[in-house]
Design a protein around this ligand. Sequence first.
Ligand SMILES: *Cc1c(COP(=O)(O)O)cnc(C)c1O
Length: 411
Amino acid sequence: MRSNSDHGEHQEQPDGSHTASLGFDTRAIHHGFDPAAFKRAVQPPVFLTSTYGFESVEANDAAAALGGRLYAREYNPTTEILEQRLANLEGAEAGVVLSTGMAAFGTLILSLLSQGDELVVHKTLYSNTVAMVEQGLPRFGIKVVPVDLADPSKLDAAITERTQLVYFETPVNPLSSILDIAAIAKRAHTHGVKVAVDSTFASPALQRPIEHGADIVLHSLTKYISGHGDTLGGALLGDAETLYRLHETGLRYITGATLAPHSAFLILRGLKTLSLRMERHGTSALAIARILEAHPAVSWVSYPFLETHPDHAIARKQMAQGSGMLAFGLHAGFDGARTMLDRLKLLTRAVSLGDTDSLIYHPASITRARQSVRKDAHMISGVGDDLIRLSVGLEDVNDLIGDLRQALRGL
Ligand SMILES: *Cc1c(COP(=O)(O)O)cnc(C)c1O
């Protein structure tokens, strides 16, 4: 974990406003990397080492005082570039990257909350975050309070003196509904409670929650930020003091969920084209959403940048455009979804999202299959049996539309 202010070139203004002099794309390519420090390599080298040797005991002491730059669980030069760059792009003071998005969530919660503390979450979350808050955290005496944050005033009754954090996603996985970051942050802050936002569905190219009042941003780097479906990763971005704690306790000895340096390299490579990719994901997804909305087999479509989306105004307020994520249902419901998915020839039946390849999945089918091995598997609040989640990739949009049309024929 290194803070932006360590890096002279693109310093944040002392008042905390994010007026870095260079544009987003330039920073996505250059921020935090000085070729002069790496033998003039144009791309960041991958450092494969588990430990660091020192010329003297004094130098060893100095590295320890610098926030544990002794050992590769806590420090790696390739990883550090990624942390600085992501923090800069989100407008955060500091960042820490972890092995997966779930590792980021675990590190966040286990670092900041203790037995007896309370966590307020939105009622709909990514399925494994739901598993963590329903099955994991209660075992450690952390009380989880699910709230419908579409109405931020509900926080007034949900927050107690034991509440440490309000946590939600926007856009919400898998519904593609939108929560109002500024309104939720304002309410939580009147009670003195911090707000963490999982911004995985948007990426910093489209949405920067800290600019709207959030304190901490979580990303699954596995998705849009790496963007190529070839690595896992997670990130936490926020103020330097909190991030110091997440690094010094959370990463160092609570979870130890270090990102592999080669993964850091892959994610840095993907990040360079983030906004180009997001532009295409969003344009194609909007075109597909419009076609689905007009199709007789389709009963509903949720894409935040459709004018008919109930959260369209909030989406426009806090996002530059839509991402590639949308959800829809068919009149033919659960069975129709299975038939349609089986007919697809180009779109890939797969979980995950934010990949170059279009990925489509039917949560209810996966949940039913899981129930045969796990009795407690259940549908997430607000997710219907008919819901199909589509992550629109970077293929030619007409090919995607053609595949969807042939799969929907006669349904
Ligand atoms: C995938 C995902 C995660 C978990 O990330 P992993 O990298 O798969 O561990 C968390 N939140 C959201 C919204 C996700 O889509």
